[in-house]
Design a protein around this ligand. Structure first.
Ligand SMILES: *Cc1c(COP(=O)(O)O)cnc(C)c1O
Length: 371
């Protein structure tokens, strides 16, 4: 027997294929966080923060020595009430990232394929590889997922299709008719995962998050999050609505206490605060337009976004590249997201922030492009 004791434990080969997720920066290098104002526009957080109701709920701290409710019963009921759903068809998770991973573990293994689109959310690739399956990446048109391309990529090995609608980092979406067309073209044994992390922000008549499709089919699941419009990213809270079989599968493999008590309490309070959501939407609507127009007026291309962020494209010149722009912004305290890992080396993703932050970005771009 060969002696392998010197090598130590070896992870599965698919694990070592994963490029670790690099989160958006939270500090600006070169800016003293004490003296200089830093605007964090790198992770699509809500500039208005969480609902005051969520903050109030956190004042009644849960007894830290007690385990939380492992079935998230009250929170699932609150989500069900808010959306008119059956609470038995909801599972809560430690962020929707956890739910995406659980879906991959439950439905994918070595030899299987899972599809996502060219500039799709990178957590899908990590979840697919972690489950030992093969990621299949399909081209987009105008930074938008294309149903025909997804359908053309389906093989006998395909088990899951991940679609972020709207997508991060592009901000684009496909209309509900297109989602239905995609669903109709998939075999019933393929799971369609609709990631609707930004659903609350979308103001388009032809958009639907997927609730109806989930309710009426056995192979569609929709994921949602409290990290974006609800402003609770730090607590890690997400949920999914799915068919009985999918809910049963992920309930079998999730951690028995996967959502902490603070997140449960804050989430339950936050989802009832429709005024806070409405205020956040209004702020976003206004500034999404102003940021888009402001960047375009400076000669920058902006991909039309329905989310709470914009994808801004830079010329491929050494002087005005996305990397140079990022450095320039950082030195002025504006922390935005490089998106090279998404196949977008010449673009930056900028979260819609407070008025002050947005104006700081536009002023910095103006100065940057004039030099
Ligand atoms: C932010 C985001 C998520 C949610 O992440 P959480 O784990 O719930 O914080 C999911 N999908 C997309 C596309 C996102 O941008």
């Amino acid at each position: 027997m060969p002696d392998t004791s010197h090598r130590g434990p070896v992870p599965r080969a698919s694990v070592m294929k994963i490029a670790p997720y690099v989160p958006g920066k939270s500090q600006a290098s070169g800016v003293d966080p004490k003296s200089g104002k830093v605007f964090k526009l790198s992770s699509n957080e809500n500039p208005l923060g969480p609902s005051p109701r969520a903050l109030a709920a956190l004042q009644d701290a849960p007894r830290l020595e007690d385990y939380p409710d492992g079935s998230s019963t009250r929170l699932r009921q609150a989500i069900a009430n808010a959306h008119g759903l059956n609470p038995a068809r909801i599972v809560c998770g430690s962020g929707s990232d956890e739910i995406l991973s659980l879906l991959a573990y439950a439905y994918l293994g070595p030899g299987d394929e899972a599809i996502y689109s060219e500039h799709g959310f990178l957590v899908y690739k990590i979840a697919i590889l972690a489950a030992g399956a093969e990621p299949v990446v399909v081209p987009e048109r105008d930074y938008t997922a294309e149903v025909d391309a997804i359908v053309a990529a389906v093989t006998a090995k395909t088990k899951v299709v991940f679609l972020a609608n709207p997508n991060n980092p592009t901000g684009t979406y496909i209309p509900f008719d297109e989602v239905k067309r995609l669903h109709a073209a998939l075999r019933p044994d393929i799971l369609l995962v609709l990631d609707a992390a930004y659903a609350e922000y979308v103001r388009r008549n032809d958009y639907e998050s997927g609730l109806e499709l989930v309710a009426n089919s056995a192979n569609v699941v929709m994921t949602r999050t409290f990290s974006k419009i609800f402003g609770l990213a730090n607590l890690r809270l997400g949920w999914c609505f799915g068919p009985e079989g999918v809910i049963d599968a992920i309930n079998r493999i999730r951690g028995p206490f996967n959502v902490n008590g603070a997140a449960l309490a804050a989430g339950e309070a936050a989802i009832t605060d429709t005024d806070h959501v409405a205020r956040s939407v209004i702020h976003n609507e206004d500034w999404l337009k102003r940021m888009t127009k402001g960047c375009e007026a400076l000669g920058l291309k902006v991909t039309p976004s329905v989310g709470n962020f914009v994808l801004v494209h830079f010329p491929q010149t050494a002087q005005h590249s996305a990397e140079q722009a990022d450095n320039f912004l950082q030195a002025r305290g504006c922390v935005v997201r490089r998106v090279s890992a998404y196949g977008l080396p010449n673009a930056l993703r900028i979260t819609i922030g407070t008025e002050q932050a947005n104006l700081a970005v536009l002023a910095a771009f103006k100065e940057f492009l004039s030099k």
